[in-house]
Every structure is written in structure tokens, then in C-alpha cells.
Design a protein around this ligand. Structure first.
Ligand code: RIB
Length: 309
């Protein structure tokens, strides 16, 4: 039986606006379509793990509104356990406004709402879920104190900790003791550069950034590079795992799909290389479809693809 996965993070309803080009500051543009899609980095990763067959539970908060119910129901349909998700009185469910341009690239603004009620007291109430799981995965759309508490608690209990540092904080916002408690760190290249105080996007800086995180104590760094694949560093070896070439229509949640599929692969007992390969294929399917959770493939689709790649 696959090991257990606990994902702690955000749930948002995404308002996706497709347009030719994003507006510049002070400019008005006309959008082509407006769609509502279940999202939120925590929920997207949970949804991906659930659809791909992981034994996954989510901790997170929605508001006491109908949108929160829709998000929970959609997530439960992936196979994930949603019974501990909290409905918070008097708070709106998190919302994200997502602009997607003609090239399929996005810009996102999140209005956190109930996600900020995902506090340490709530996690303490569900401490048994941390104690019972094997993998704990987090992102950074809930209060930082909660993220750091969960990492310390999971590490103390000997769990495997995965942090997807999105949206990326400033380097000084991560307490020094946290780095050594992270088993797998999965930033994209922009997040990695921000976290390591660099401005210029280059492979050389990605390597430099990953190396500096290893020096701080992170055990494995996996930098998602979009169509260039994934850069891996574990302190001994570095490697680039290539991406499958596809025509992207919307890259929203591609990183979430990667993280959710990666942890599912690890929980199934796959090697890191095989879990990355599966996660790369999962996100190559996700970018060919629109939206966040609406873009995540099923295990059957993934298995089909894995036979030929
Ligand atoms: O990573 C994509 C996600 O970021 C969206 O679903 C949006 O809700 C924001 O959390």
C-alpha cells in the first residue's frame, strides 16, 4: 500500500481571464473569456495527488460560503480525504484572479480570505494527521508561522518534508533552522532566484542558487524550469530531467501538478528519478489544458503516457 501524504495549504476559487496580452500599468485591455475554476496551490497539489492515485489528506480552510463547499466537493472527487478541511465562520473563501495571455503564461493575484485562518492552533487540533502520515507537503499561501510550525513538527516526528516555496518569500523570511528540515524543495526558477537573492534568470544562477540552498541544509532541490524540465541537486549530483515537448495553452498549476505527482511517486516507492519523470509527464499534460484543477490528468492518462516515454 502506498504511503500516506498530508498536504497543508490554500484553497482558492480562480477567476481566470483569458486575453491576448496582459495590461501594462495604467492600461485597459479587453479580456476574451472569464471562467471560474477550483484552484489554490495546496488544493491543486492535493487534487493532483488524489487523481494520480495517492493516499492523500488535506488540511486547509475555506469560508462559510457556497464557493468553499464547491471547492471541497471538487477536491473530494479527486479521491483526496477532505474531512479535516475547516469552514471558517465570517470569512470569504480565498479567491485568485488569473490573467492568461495568448502564449498560455499567467499572472496571479490571490486574495487570501479564509486561507489565513489556517493557523497553528488548527494544525495542533489535527496533530494526529501529521503523526500518522509519511509525507508532509506545504506551499506558502497560508500564514508563514503555520508553514514553519508544520515543518518543525513534521521533522520532529521523522516525516519527509516537501516545501514548494510559492509564492516565494524573501530569503530573510525563512528562519535559519527551517532549511535543514526540508527534504525536497521544489521552487520554479523565479522563486529560486528570489529566495537566493539573485536577479538574472540563467542556468548558471539556478545552479548557484540550488547549491546555496544545499549548503544551508536542504537535502534535495528540484527547480522546475518549464519547457526546459527540472534541475536536480542533492549535494552530490546535479542533473537536468528533460520535459516532454508539448504546445502549452495554459501553464497555471503546472508546478502544483508537478509537486502533487512527485510526492505521489515517492509515496509509491519510486526512485527520485522515476518520481520526477512521472511528475514531468503529468505537468506536460496539465499545460495542454486550461485552468488549475481542470487541467490535472488522471492516473490512466499518465500510465498511458508513461508506456510510451
Ligand atoms: O499555482 C496556481 C494557483 O495559484 C492557482 O490555482 C491560484 O489559486 C493560486 O493559488
Amino acid at each position: 500500500m502506498a504511503k500516506r501524504i498530508l498536504i497543508i495549504g490554500s484553497l482558492n476559487m480562480d477567476m481566470v481571464i483569458e486575453m491576448k496580452a496582459m495590461p501594462k500599468v495604467g492600461e485597459t485591455v479587453l479580456g476574451d473569456t472569464l471562467t471560474y475554476v477550483p484552484g489554490g496551490k495546496g488544493a491543486n497539489q492535493t487534487y493532483a495527488a488524489g487523481k494520480i492515485g495517492g493516499n492523500v489528506t488535506m488540511l486547509g480552510c475555506v469560508g462559510d460560503d457556497s464557493i468553499g463547499e464547491i471547492l471541497i466537493q471538487n477536491l473530494a472527487a479527486s479521491g483526496a480525504n477532505t474531512s479535516a478541511i475547516r469552514r471558517v465562520d465570517g470569512k470569504p473563501t480565498g479567491t485568485a484572479v488569473i490573467y492568461v495571455n495568448e502564449e498560455g503564461n499567467n499572472s496571479i493575484v490571490v486574495v487570501s480570505g479564509a486561507n489565513f485562518a489556517c493557523d497553528v492552533a488548527y494544525l495542533k487540533e489535527y496533530d494526529h494527521l501529521i503523526a500518522e502520515t509519511d509525507y508532509v507537503m506545504l506551499q506558502m499561501e497560508i500564514p508563514y508561522d503555520t508553514v514553519f510550525y508544520a515543518i518543525r513538527r513534521a521533522s520532529e516526528l521523522g516525516k519527509t518534508v516537501i516545501l514548494n516555496p510559492a509564492p516565494a518569500p524573501l530569503p530573510e523570511q525563512i528562519p535559519e533552522d527551517i532549511w535543514g528540515k526540508i527534504d525536497y524543495f521544489t521552487p520554479n526558477e523565479t522563486e529560486l532566484l528570489k529566495l537566493t537573492g539573485q536577479d538574472i534568470l540563467s542556468m548558471e544562477n539556478v545552479k548557484k542558487g540550488a547549491e546555496s540552498l544545499i549548503q544551508k541544509g536542504v537535502k534535495h532541490v528540484l527547480v522546475t524550469l518549464g519547457d526546459k524540465g527540472v534541475f536536480f541537486h542533492d549535494g552530490k549530483n546535479t542533473e537536468v530531467f528533460p520535459a516532454r515537448k508539448v504546445e502549452a495553452v495554459d501553464t497555471t498549476a503546472a508546478g502544483d501538478c508537478f509537486s502533487g505527482a512527485f510526492v505521489t511517486g515517492l509515496a509509491e516507492g519510486k526512485s527520485i528519478a522515476d518520481a520526477v519523470a512521472m511528475a514531468n509527464l503529468a505537468s506536460s499534460l496539465a499545460v495542454t489544458r486550461k485552468g488549475a484543477q481542470s487541467s490535472i490528468p488522471t492516473r490512466q492518462e499518465l500510465d498511458e503516457l508513461m508506456k510510451h516515454n
